[in-house]
Design a protein around this ligand. Structure first.
Ligand code: FE2
Length: 130
């Protein structure tokens, strides 16, 4: 068994766990561009103490590169926890991350999201340069 056997894929428009990568399809070479990664855009994912998205990791694989590059890891650590009980707290983080990156090469963005109940989910987006 490999961990990759446990990473699930699906159409984000039908499956609430699939990360959605929002950025232009074509980027300006070596110019910082904002990327937003979230999930549940079509079918909302719960955000409760018992059931939530714990983190999203984002990677970039330049064409022809042997390795992927880690662009960032984003943790979502507040889900209504409280001394009063589950979901009684006043604070929640939403499973959405925005950041900027630049590249000198076309390639593939990949996002991996972790649901505390339903495991690992992945999606990718092709990036071209203008
Ligand atoms: Fe889930």
């Amino acid at each position: 068994m490999s961990i990759q056997d446990k990473i699930q894929h699906a159409d984000w428009q039908e499956e609430k766990h699939v990360p959605v990568i929002d950025c232009p399809d074509e980027l300006e070479k070596d110019q910082f561009t904002c990327v937003t990664v979230t999930l549940g855009k079509a079918v909302a994912h719960p955000n409760t103490t018992e059931h939530h998205i714990r983190w999203i990791g984002v990677y970039f694989e330049p064409d022809g590169d042997k390795f992927v590059h880690d662009l960032g890891s984003f943790e979502f650590n507040a889900h209504g926890e409280s001394t009063k009980g589950a979901n009684e707290g006043p604070v929640y983080t939403h499973h959405e991350a925005s950041f900027s990156f630049k590249t000198s090469s076309a390639g593939t963005l990949t996002a991996v999201a972790y649901c505390n109940i339903h495991g690992l989910w992945e999606s990718s987006k092709r990036i071209e340069l203008k």
